[in-house]
Design a protein around this ligand. Structure first.
Ligand code: RB5
Length: 146
């Protein structure tokens, strides 16, 4: 599975740790930056990560900003993207199981690096449950297509 990764300056430390962690665990990672800790606008990075999922280059995405919220708002403006801003374990798992989320958004100023790596593990290792949840996602897609 190939994972798209991106951050702004609020998430640089976490993104660096997540990249190393995923690669050490055998995942292929496409790193969309930032590559040094300079101030950038998070929607620009969210766009690159989301486009890589839209064009099937990557299967899942992980975005880190200060809160995870700006990245999730920006990511959810992209067709076919279901992004979840998450800061605890239950949601990291259930947003895959029930929402088939394809982008995990984390807050570098909200959670520590250790927690971030645990949430990443839950997210990338949990499969969508399908069934009744698919019909609900189809309704989200209908809203998106209006
Ligand atoms: C940048 O200072 C900060 O606003 C950004 O990282 C993020 O928290 C936005 O939601």
């Amino acid at each position: 599975m190939k994972i798209a990764l991106g951050c702004d300056h609020g998430g640089f430390v976490h993104k660096t740790a997540i990249l190393k962690h995923l690669e050490e665990n055998g995942f292929e990672v496409q790193d969309f930056g930032i590559y040094e800790n300079v101030s950038v606008d998070y929607p620009d990075v969210a766009e690159k990560v989301c486009e890589s999922i839209q064009n099937s280059e990557c299967e899942l995405g992980i975005l880190v900003c200060g809160t995870g919220i700006g990245m999730s708002i920006a990511a959810n403006k992209h067709k076919g993207i279901r992004a979840a801003a998450v800061s605890e374990h239950f949601s990291a798992k259930f947003t895959r199981l029930h929402n088939n989320s394809n982008v995990l958004c984390l807050g570098g100023r909200v959670i520590g690096v250790g927690t971030a790596l645990e949430l990443v593990d839950l997210f990338v290792n949990t499969e969508f449950e399908g069934g009744r949840h698919q019909a609900r996602i189809d309704k989200i897609t209908q809203i998106e297509n209006k």
